[in-house]
Ligand binder design. Structure first.
Ligand code: ADP
Ligand code: MG
Length: 475
């Protein structure tokens, strides 16, 4: 029997506003516990929430960039539950009238493009955090994160496998970072997701029962949790059992998902309209202003790189896929006329190093400015491509400046033709047998002479000059 996997993602994106969704407290990461807390975040009785306009602007930017309907009237609801890190006893969220309605996003997975539809994106406040490892035998509560604005982006159940799920998550991360509405730093929890997985027979028209895996914060864990779930559910179904609808937790140490609570035990959140907040109305004019303020998005960038900059499609896709890499490309192009050289370095050497270390460009020590100088030094022939590769490797380790590395290590390319000519002459003198063989028609030996000059100059000779000089001398 062939089973088909159906996946839907709920992604929580932390919006990069300065202050919280309903209070003036800072959203800064990493502060001393309970120092970014306002009376509203503590849930003291009698204090009233005031919506943060910037959170709405950011949510709307997301909606416009994903071709979504923007609900010009949206409102808040209370989701009631008890948890120590939720002092009010309820979370303010948007249930009935979310700010962003149906939209879509293009993903690229398994060698193909696919459109994933987005059901909605709504604003809500984050909860605080229980801290279990600070006090012996006691749990501390840190409310710094309480009230931080989140945009919850809900996909349709249209994702077919783990690769697509990761590609979808990456596409969302790409768009929110391009839009400057989230820093995208997964290690700090700026993006987290709940993964819903179910299985059905290929020609079943109805979806199967799903398990929801909570709070995953890395690409790798999304992939592993889905793989585990597919395996678990397939085994249950193959043996004639049925999957129960439940919430599960992914344990990255054991690489398994575990049941947290079943549907029967599920909370009844008793949603009702938030009485302390009025509906939020966005005028046509405001919407238009936000539309006009949108930056060039990845898809548009990719098209421009192909049509105007004349990059290969695959190069354009890779470079436009990250804001940092696109910035690097554009900054380096200002230093040279050869944009395909810049593209080759990014897609070739830089990407190879990223793959080797399995990191994203933002996590590397290479900065836009340093990369631009590296390209400039290649273009102005200060260093050869080969030396540039070793300089890049050095930057990768140390983050040092290109020029400092070149000067400290004496890597400047030898341009002095008469010096190169002398070296070449000496090599010809020292290798009469090879010279004779070459002159007798063994053309391949030309490379030997080039290699010798390069060796003598520790790779610093300008390869083009060496070629010309040797051709002349060996005629
Ligand atoms: P809830 O808020 O209770 O988690 P929703 O109906 O809003 O439920 O769905 C949340 C997510 O679950 C959405 O991303 C949706 O695509 C996904 N989903 C719903 N049904 C299924 C299913 N049968 N299999 C996989 N994913 C599903
Ligand atoms: Mg859910």
């Amino acid at each position: 029997m062939t089973w088909q996997t159906v996946i839907g993602l709920e992604i929580h994106v932390q919006l990069s506003t300065k202050s919280k969704l309903f209070s003036g407290a800072s959203t800064g990461f990493g502060a001393e516990p309970n120092t970014h807390v306002d009376l509203v975040d503590m849930g003291l009785p009698g204090v009233l929430p005031v919506p943060n306009k910037d959170a709405f602007l950011k949510a709307i930017r997301f909606g416009l960039a994903t071709n979504a309907e923007i609900n010009q009237v949206s409102s808040f609801d209370r989701k009631n539950y008890f948890y120590p890190d939720l002092p009010k006893g309820y979370q303010i969220t948007q249930m009935a009238m979310p700010i962003v309605g149906k939209g879509s996003i293009k993903i690229f997975a398994n060698g193909e493009e696919k459109i994933i539809n987005i059901t909605r994106a709504h604003l809500e406040e984050d909860a605080g955090k229980s801290v279990h490892d600070l006090f012996d035998g006691e749990t501390g509560i840190d409310l710094n994160r309480a009230g931080t604005p989140l945009l919850e982006i809900v996909s349709e159940p249209e994702i077919a496998n783990a690769k697509e799920a990761v590609a979808y998550f990456k596409a969302i991360r790409q768009i929110v970072t391009f839009l400057d509405i989230c820093d995208g730093v997964m290690a700090e929890g700026s993006m987290r997701c709940d993964v819903n997985v179910s299985m059905k027979k290929v020609d079943d028209s109805e979806l199967g029962t799903r398990a929801e895996i909570k709070n995953i914060n890395s690409f790798k864990f999304i992939e592993r949790a889905i793989a585990f779930e597919i395996d678990r559910q397939t085994k249950i179904l193959e043996s004639g059992g049925s999957v129960v609808q439940e919430t599960r937790l992914y344990d990255s140490v054991k690489n398994e998902t575990r049941s947290m609570r079943s549907k029967e035990e599920a909370n009844d959140y008793r949603y009702f309209p938030e009485p302390d907040l009025l509906p939020v109305v966005i005028s046509d004019k405001e919407l238009e202003e936000i539309r006009l303020s949108l930056p060039e998005l990845p898809e548009q960038k990719e098209k421009r790189y192909i049509n105007e900059v004349k990059l290969e499609e695959s190069e354009a896709r890779i470079i436009a896929s990250s804001k940092t890499m696109a910035n690097m490309f554009e900054e380096a192009c200002l230093k040279t006329d050869d944009s395909s050289l810049v593209a080759r370095w990014l897609v070739g050497e830089v990407s190879a190093l990223l793959n080797k270390d399995n990191i994203e460009i933002d996590e590397s020590k290479l900065t836009s400015n340093n990369f631009a100088v590296l390209i400039e030094r290649i273009s102005d022939k200060t260093i050869s491509g080969k030396i540039a590769k070793s300089v890049l490797e050095e930057i990768w380790e140390s983050g040092n400046d290109v020029d400092a590395i070149i000067n400290d290590k004496g890597l400047v390319q030898i341009q002095d033709e008469s010096l190169l000519e002398n070296i070449a002459k000496k090599i010809i003198e020292d290798n009469p047998a090879q010279v004779n063989a070459y002159k007798a028609g063994k053309d391949r030996l030309f490379g030997f002479f080039v290699g010798q000059v390069m060796k003598e100059t520790q790779g610093k000779a300008n390869p083009q000059s060496v070629n010309e000089i040797l051709k002349k001398l060996l005629k």
